[in-house]
Structure formats: structure tokens, C-alpha cells
Write a protein that binds this ligand. Structure first.
Ligand code: PMP
Ligand code: GLN
Length: 380
């Protein structure tokens, strides 16, 4: 057995969702919307299964999807990508992350990771033989500092794995933070593997800034996106990668032996969806913002200390004012005694550096959020 995998715990998402199922709790833990996703996009997928071509599509992804991705990023983020040489379709952002980390990192290379970090990053860096160097971000602002970056980067740094908007903190890095990151990547000749799956879920007029679009980053960035987040269809697992041709050539090699390809009907539907009018994307953002406000107001009225959510469909609370010091124990009690599942944010820190923050997913119907609030009323 490979000890790396044998010794890994089951992910916190699976643990909390299983507990929620067993106890009949309202699941505000694992991030998935209870909205079925846009009907027209689902219909295109269904029609493509019945009438379309269902054999292996091309390894790099259907040409119409690759063109749609390039056009989408040109329209929304001003990026100039060549659909033939700079865009690839993967089976979810998870595969794109695995392919990028395994394709770029060699044993002994240092990889800068910003914690809290999405749970897939660290095992993949270890699998590649990389040496993680952590930048630990602290609540409530989770900002980058020059001192922390200076400690983490070295001449051995091969890559950084970055996530913006940041899951689980629901924060968006400022332009100053991004400029600082780009400056370190350039100075240390590092590649930024930039997980931007939440790029469309930003609130309060924030405009998503892709790392690949920052000065000097065009040839040293891997941009990762996910249709699962863009269309609230998390089970579809259609991801995409954008990178300069010299990087993409390598990513294509790792992709060919990870999954090789992705279901063609879903690719057809995502190509259709990415070309939807701005009103779809703006409407999605507005709906999530409304749910965020409803849940934030409800929690604050109950007396919880809510850390503002700027992006993603998550928000966090600081449990310190409740006299709590252990987020895992708190979440266990929340699910068993109050029938609400949430996620302890310490699970996103390599060594649990922060234990006072708990994440909720608010991408739920009003009635579900209100029922959750009712159950949380006697926690404070
Ligand atoms: N990265 C981040 C930051 C995520 O939040 C998620 C999904 N929750 C993923 C990657 C995985 O995306 P996918 O489902 O497309 O593999
Ligand atoms: N990305 C989702 C979250 O953060 C969960 C993904 C998963 O279950 N692996 O909740």
C-alpha cells in the first residue's frame, strides 16, 4: 500500500455529510447548492446523450468547449487565450489540480501553499514529492503579508498553489495582495497554480482578477476553473485549465494518464452554458448574495460573530465569543445536538493553526436557511 494514501483521513466534507445523513441534520457543511442548476444547460446535456456522439471525445476537450472557454474568459476577464494551444478540459477542477501539481512539481521542489487551503492540495503536493512551505493566513481578514511570503519563498520554490476567491474563508484577495504574490513568483521564477473555481461567485461589486492576467504572469500561471461552480452542477465534474503553450504541453501529458477525457455530453452543455448572457451570471451572483445576506443577518440577530463573506457560497463564524476553543468538537455538537452540519475550518490548516472558525454553506433555499437558523438559536 502507498502509505501516503493509507494514512490519509477521510475528507471533512464526506465525514460531515455522512454525519448529517445519519442524524437527519440540515447539511450546511459540504458545499453544494440545493438548486437543480439551469434547466436549459441540463437539457442540452440530456439531448446530447440521446442524440449526440457518446464515444471518447478528443483528449484536450471538445473544440467547441475550448473555444467557448477562451471566449468566456475574453469577455469576462479580458484574457487573450488561444483555444487550440492554451485551453484544456479536465474532469473537474480536482483533476486539473492533480494534473498541474503532478506535471510541474518534481521530488524535492518546494511548493508554497496558503493555509487555510482546499483539502486536495497538500496530499497532491506530497504525492509529487514536493516540499510544502506554508503561508498561514489568520482570521478575520486572511491577508497576505510580505514577511510571510518572504519566509515561504526560496530559490527552491517551483510553484505556488493559490486559491482566489478563497474556500473556506470566503474572502477575496485585494489587488495589492495579488501584486505581492506576482512579484514573488517573478522574483523566484515560480509557477502559480491558480485555483479560480469561485471566479463568478463574488459579491458587492468585486471584479474577479485572474492571476494569469497580472503583470509578468502570462507565461507562469495555470488558471483552473470549474463548470460545477459556474452552473451550480457540482456533480458534473467538468473543469478547465488555461496556461501558456509551453506549460500546457506538459499538463496535456499528465491529463492523458489521469482521465484522458471528460463525458462529451457534459462538455457540449458547458460550451452552451458559458455563452449565456451576462444576465445569467449576474442573476446567479445576486441570488447567492441574497442568501448570504439572509443567513448573515439571521446569524447576527442570534448573536453569532459572522466574518463577512466576499465570495464563494460560504460564510464563517468566529466561535471564540461563544467560549469555544475547538471547532471540531463544536461542529460535532452542532450536528448531534442541534441537527445542523457545518465544517470546522481547522481541517484546512496543515496543523490546525486556527481552531476558532466554522464554515457554513448558504447556497440553500430560504426555508432551509431559516430552519437552520431556528436550530442554531439555542447555541448562543
Ligand atoms: N477547488 C476549490 C477551491 C473548490 O472549492 C472545489 C470544489 N468545492 C474544487 C477545487 C473542486 O472542483 P471540482 O468539483 O470541479 O473538481
Ligand atoms: N468543494 C466543496 C466544499 O468545499 C466540497 C468538495 C468535496 O466534497 N470534495 O465544500
Amino acid at each position: 500500500m502507498n502509505r501516503l494514501f493509507a494514512n490519509l483521513p477521510t475528507t471533512v466534507f464526506e465525514v460531515m455529510s455522512s454525519l448529517a445523513r445519519e442524524t437527519g441534520a440540515i447539511n450546511l457543511g459540504q458545499g453544494f447548492p440545493d438548486d437543480p442548476g439551469p434547466e436549459d444547460v441540463r437539457r442540452v446535456a440530456a439531448d446530447a446523450v440521446l442524440n449526440g456522439y457518446n464515444q471518447y471525445p478528443s483528449m484536450m476537450g471538445l473544440p467547441e468547449l475550448r473555444s467557448a472557454i477562451a471566449a468566456h474568459y475574453r469577455h469576462w476577464q479580458g484574457l487573450d487565450l488561444d483555444a487550440n494551444t492554451e485551453v484544456m478540459v479536465t474532469s473537474g477542477a480536482t483533476e486539473a489540480l492533480a494534473g498541474a501539481i503532478l506535471g510541474i512539481v518534481e521530488p524535492g521542489d518546494e511548493v508554497v501553499l496558503f493555509e487555510p487551503m482546499y483539502d486536495a492540495y497538500l496530499p497532491l503536493v506530497r504525492l509529487a514529492g514536493g516540499v510544502p512551505k506554508f503561508v498561514t493566513l489568520q482570521p478575520p481578514h486572511f491577508r497576505l503579508t510580505e514577511e510571510a511570503l518572504a519566509k515561504a519563498f526560496s530559490p527552491k520554490t517551483k510553484a505556488v498553489v493559490f486559491n482566489n476567491p478563497l474556500n473556506p474563508t470566503a474572502t477575496v484577495f485585494s489587488n495589492e495582495d495579488l501584486a505581492l504574490l506576482a512579484d514573488f513568483c517573478r522574483r523566484f521564477d515560480a509557477i502559480a497554480i491558480s485555483d479560480e473555481v469561485w471566479e463568478h461567485v463574488v459579491f458587492d461589486g468585486i471584479k474577479h482578477q485572474p492571476v494569469l492576467g497580472l503583470e509578468g504572469m502570462r507565461d507562469r500561471s495555470v488558471k483552473i476553473g470549474s463548470a460545477g461552480k459556474i452552473f451550480s452542477l457540482t456533480g458534473w465534474k467538468v473543469g478547465f485549465v488555461a496556461a501558456a503553450p509551453h506549460i500546457m504541453k506538459v499538463l496535456a501529458k499528465s491529463h492523458q494518464f489521469l482521465t484522458f477525457t471528460t463525458p462529451p455530453n457534459l462538455q457540449t452543455a458547458v460550451a452552451y452554458g458559458l455563452a449565456k448572457d451576462d444576465s445569467y451570471f449576474d442573476g446567479m451572483r445576486q441570488n447567492f448574495a441574497r442568501s448570504r445576506d439572509r443567513f448573515t443577518d439571521g446569524l447576527r440577530t442570534l448573536g453569532f460573530d459572522v466574518i463577512p463573506s466576499q465570495g464563494t457560497y460560504f460564510l464563517n463564524i468566529d466561535i471564540t465569543p461563544l467560549g469555544e476553543t475547538d471547532d471540531v468538537a463544536f461542529c460535532r455538537r452542532l450536528v448531534t445536538e442541534h441537527s445542523v452540519a457545518a465544517i470546522p475550518v481547522s481541517a484546512f490548516y496543515a496543523e490546525g493553526a486556527v481552531k476558532n472558525v466554522v464554515r457554513f454553506c448558504f447556497a440553500k433555499k430560504d426555508a432551509t436557511l431559516d430552519a437552520g437558523l431556528e436550530r442554531l438559536a439555542d447555541v448562543v
